[in-house]
Write a protein that binds this ligand. Structure first.
Ligand code: GLA
Length: 485
C-alpha cells in the first residue's frame, strides 16, 4: 500500500512533488490506515552515468533537503520519506532503455535502464536507502528478452544488495503480463514476497499541470478500471506474499466519480491487489479519502490469505457476484458488481459461497451497516456493493500427504478454495513449489510456525487440479482441505 508518482506526475516528478505527496500521506489518515510506500516512478533519472557506471541524477531535480546533504544525491529524498515514518520506493527498467513515455514530445531518453548494471544499481538503490524497487520492461521488450530470465537475474542482484546493506528491497515486477508472469514471478529467485503487473497501464498519465491537446482530452472511464481488473485474474498464482498487480490506482482522478471510486476500491480490495495510489494526494476529495481508508475494505484487502476473488454467479448479464474466501473459517468477502447502465436488486444465492445455509451475519462495508442475511442488495448502475459475510463452511474434502505429495486429489467443480496445513520450524519463510499433474505450477511462501501449532495458508486451485506435490526443504505438509462450491 502506498503512493506512486506516475499516474499524476509522469516524467515531471521531482523532489518537491515527492516531499509534498509524502507529507500529505503522512498527515491525511492514509498512513494510519496502512499506506506506507512512497514510490518514485520513471523520470527521476535521465540516463547519465559516471566513468565508473554509477547513476548520476540532475542536482536541481533532487537537491539537498537538509543541511549537510549534497545536491544530486537520491539518499536525500529517501531520508526525507523515512523521517515521516514511511518507506521509499524507486524505479528502473530491466533492459538498457526505459520507457520515457511522457511528455511525449522531444527525444526519447535512452539508457535509463539497468541492464549491464544489475548488481551495481540495486546495491546503489539499497545504499541510498530505498525499500522498494519497481522494475519495468520497456527495454527488455524492445530487446526481445525473456522476462523469466531477466527478472530472476534481478532477483539475485536484489538479494546480493540486501546481504550487503541489511535492508529489505521489496521487488515489484512490471512486465505487463506479456510473458505470463503469473507462471514464473511467484517465488522468482526464492524471494518470499513479490508483486507482478498483470496488464498494460490502467491509463496514460493525467498530469493536471500540463496542457496539450492530447493530454487535455484524457478522461478516465469505467472501462479503464474494469479492463485492469479483468486482465489481472490469476487466482491460482496468488498466495500469501505473492500478488497479481492490477496497476496503480486512479481513485478521484479526472473522470472518476464516487461510484467508479467504489468499484475501483472494492475490486482492488477484494483482489488483495497492491493499493498503490497514483492520484495527486493533495487533491483527494473527502469521499475518495474515506474510501481509500475504509477500515473494513482494508480488512478484506489485508486478509492474511491474500486470495483473489472467484466469480460464483451472474444473476443477469453484467451483474456479477465475486467472492473471496478469508482466513477466518466461514468468512467471505462478497462484491456485487453492476457493470450495466441500469440499477439492480440482487438476492445473493448463499449456496454458491460454499456456506451451509444462510450466513449468520452480513455487513455492507461502504455504508457500514449490518444487513439482514437474506436482504436484497441494491446496486446502482456502474457501482459496486462490498460485503463481509460470516457463516459456516461446508465440510471440506480432506487429503493427507505421503511425504510431500497428495495422490488422488481432484478439483473438479470449478475453482476450488483450499486450506493447506503445514509445519515450518525453520524460523523463516520457506518458498515451496506447488505442482500438480494437471499442469498447475506455482510457488507459495510458508511462514514460520511455532511450537506444535500448524500454520495455514489459503489457495485457489483451478478446475482440474489433480495429484499435487510440494517441493521445498524444511517444511512438513500436514493436510489439504478442499472446499467446493
Ligand atoms: C510503463 C509502466 C508504467 C510506468 C511507465 C513509465 O508504461 O507500465 O507503470 O512505470 O512505464 O514510463
Amino acid at each position: 500500500m502506498g503512493w506512486n508518482s506516475w499516474n499524476s506526475f509522469a516524467n515531471i516528478v521531482n523532489s518537491q512533488i515527492v516531499q509534498q505527496q509524502a507529507k500529505t500521506m503522512a498527515s491525511n489518515s492514509m498512513k494510519e490506515a496502512g499506506y506506507e510506500y512512497v514510490v518514485i516512478d520513471e523520470g527521476w533519472w535521465l540516463g547519465e552515468r559516471d566513468a565508473a557506471g554509477n547513476i548520476v541524477v540532475n542536482p536541481k531535480q533532487w537537491p539537498a533537503i537538509q543541511p549537510g546533504q549534497k545536491d544530486g544525491d537520491m539518499a536525500n529524498i529517501a531520508t526525507y520519506i523515512h523521517s515521516l515514518g514511511l518507506k521509499a520506493g524507486i524505479y528502473t527498467d530491466a533492459g538498457r532503455d526505459g520507457c520515457s513515455m511522457y511528455p511525449d514530445s522531444g527525444p526519447k531518453l535512452l539508457n535509463t535502464g539497468s541492464e549491464g548494471h544489475y548488481d551495481q544499481d540495486f546495491l546503489q538503490f539499497s545504499k541510498w536507502g530505498f525499500d522498494y524497487v519497481k522494475v519495468d520492461w520497456c527495454g527488455g521488450a524492445k530487446e526481445g528478452k525473456s522476462g523469466a530470465v531477466q527478472y530472476a537475474e534481478i532477483a539475485r542482484a536484489i538479494q546480493n544488495a540486501e546481504k550487503t546493506t541489511g535492508r529489505k528491497l521489496y521487488f515489484s515486477i512490471c512486465e505487463w503480463g506479456s510473458q505470463n508472469p503469473w507462471f514464473w514471478a511467484p517465488g522468482v529467485g526464492e524471494i518470499e514476497s513479490t508483486i507482478w503487473r498483470t496488464g498494460g497501464d490502467i491509463i496514460p498519465p493525467v498530469v493536471e499541470s500540463l496542457h496539450d491537446a492530447e493530454h487535455d482530452k484524457r478522461i478516465i472511464t469505467l472501462k479503464n478500471v474494469l479492463e485492469s481488473f479483468d486482465a489481472g485474474l490469476h487466482p491460482e498464482a496468488q498466495h500469501t506474499g505473492y500478488f497479481n498487480d492490477l496497476d496503480m490506482m486512479v481513485m478521484g482522478m479526472r473522470g472518476m466519480t464516487d461510484a467508479l471510486d467504489r468499484i475501483h476500491m472494492g475490486l482492488w480490495a477484494i483482489s488483495s491487489a497492491p493499493l498503490m495510489v497514483g492520484s495527486d494526494l493533495t487533491r483527494l476529495s473527502p469521499a475518495t479519502l474515506s474510501l481509500l481508508t475504509n477500515k473494513e475494505a482494508l480488512t478484506i484487502h489485508n486478509d492474511p490469505y491474500g486470495l483473489q476473488p472467484i466469480k460464483v454467479d451472474e444473476p443477469s448479464a453484467g451483474v456479477q457476484i465475486w467472492i473471496k474466501p478469508m482466513a477466518v473459517a466461514g468468512r467471505r468477502a462478497v462484491a456485487v458488481l453492476n457493470r450495466t447502465d441500469a440499477s439492480t436488486q440482487v438476492k445473493v444465492n448463499w449456496e454458491k459461497l460454499g456456506l451451509k445455509g444462510l450466513p449468520k451475519s452480513s455487513r455492507d462495508v461502504f455504508s457500514q451497516k449490518d444487513m439482514g442475511a437474506d436482504a436484497a442488495i441494491s446496486v446502482p448502475a456502474h457501482d459496486l456493493a462490498l460485503l463481509i459475510v460470516d457463516g459456516e463452511d461446508k465440510a471440506p474434502a480432506e487429503y493427507s500427504p505421503n511425504g510431500c505429495s497428495i495422490a488422488g486429489m481432484q478439483a473438479t467443480r470449478g475453482p476450488d478454495f483450499a486450506r493447506l496445513h503445514f509445519a515450518n520450524s525453520s524460523g523463516h519463510a520457506v518458498v515451496v513449489r506447488m505442482k500438480s499433474t494437471s499442469g498447475l505450477s506455482t510457488a507459495i511462501a510458508l511462514p514460520p510456525t511455532t511450537g506444535s501449532e500448524d500454520g495455514e495458508v489459503g489457495l485457489i486451485l483451478p478446475n482440474g487440479t489433480a495429484d499435487i506435490s510440494f517441493e521445498g526443504a524444511g517444511v512438513a505438509i500436514r493436510k489439504l482441505d478442499v472446499y467446493s462450491w
